[in-house]
Design a protein around this ligand. Structure first.
Ligand SMILES: [Zn+2]
Length: 273
């Protein structure tokens, strides 16, 4: 058992220290309002000669500190719970600095959209070839020993042209998959938007519009199909309840594998372009 110690309270004014016991005996109750200093935007940790900047984000619903590295490569984020403060956040980050550094060093290098780069397209490696042709559309060729994406036009326009081609292909595949799944659940898709979302692969608005990341076209078709099925399932269940997952699995039996794939490899899809 812990030995009880005298408990001292500092009271302003000339009374100086006053024993808490006396306060209680005199039925004098005090309330302390703890004012938290505002949380800084970020903190910087140094390990060896490496500086790591960590964004701090207060989340009043969070129960504990949480360190994560978002897939969009915007850098580590530390979630601070309601009762948390900057110094405890820093202590928490220090405890996990080795994990953080090893994860950051694993970050895949960016593969630019340029002649000679190899990028996944519907899950299969494709070589980007600048054809140099002045006219024409981006096309895919599977002739020869290597699949290629042929991009005409000036080199400085290659990245933009290839990105719009991939967005269009993503729109086609996602529209087809969503229409197919929506018919099965007896719902109509109000519309599909293709975006470069960094935090989510897809989302479903209350008005029935679905949004997706164009980067899903880089992933194997089963993954794109799962994300389409997931958002369509939200047209029936606007939550992640057991009922929702049942519908999702009925539409896309590959749901467990696809979720695992996105968790493990999803971040790599952001490493292109
Ligand atoms: Zn969902």
């Amino acid at each position: 058992m812990r030995r009880s110690r005298p408990f001292w309270v500092l009271i302003s004014g000339d009374r100086g220290y006053c024993e808490l016991e006396n306060l209680i005996r005199n039925r004098t109750f005090m309330r302390f309002k703890v004012t938290r200093p505002p949380l800084p935007d970020h903190l910087t940790l140094t390990s060896g000669d490496t500086n790591v900047q960590i964004r701090l984000r207060r989340d009043n619903r969070a129960q504990r500190y949480l360190l994560r590295i978002p897939a969009d490569q915007s850098g580590p984020v530390l979630t601070v719970p309601k009762s948390g403060d900057a110094s405890r956040a820093e202590r928490f980050a220090r405890q996990h600095i080795d994990w953080l550094l090893s994860r950051l060093s694993q970050k895949p290098d960016q593969t630019p959209f340029q002649d000679g780069s190899v990028i996944p397209f519907r899950g299969a490696d494709h070589l980007i070839v600048a054809t140099g042709g002045l006219r024409g559309l981006v096309s895919v060729s599977s002739e020869g020993d290597r699949a290629r994406i042929l991009v005409p036009g000036a080199p400085e326009h290659l990245a933009r042209k290839l990105t719009s081609f991939l967005k269009e292909e993503a729109r086609k595949d996602l529209t087809q998959a969503c229409t197919f799944h929506a018919e099965k659940v007896g719902r109509k898709v109000a519309g599909i938007s293709i975006r470069d979302t960094t935090s989510r692969w897809g989302s479903c608005a209350a008005n029935g519009r679905l949004s997706f990341s164009w980067r899903l076209i880089l992933a194997p078709p089963d993954i794109l199909d799962y994300v389409a099925a997931h958002e369509v399932a939200h047209l029936r269940e606007m939550n992640h309840s057991d009922r929702f997952w049942k519908i999702c699995r009925e539409l896309a039996p590959q749901t467990p594998e696809a979720r695992k794939w996105l968790k493990e490899k999803g971040a790599t899809l952001h490493a292109y372009g």
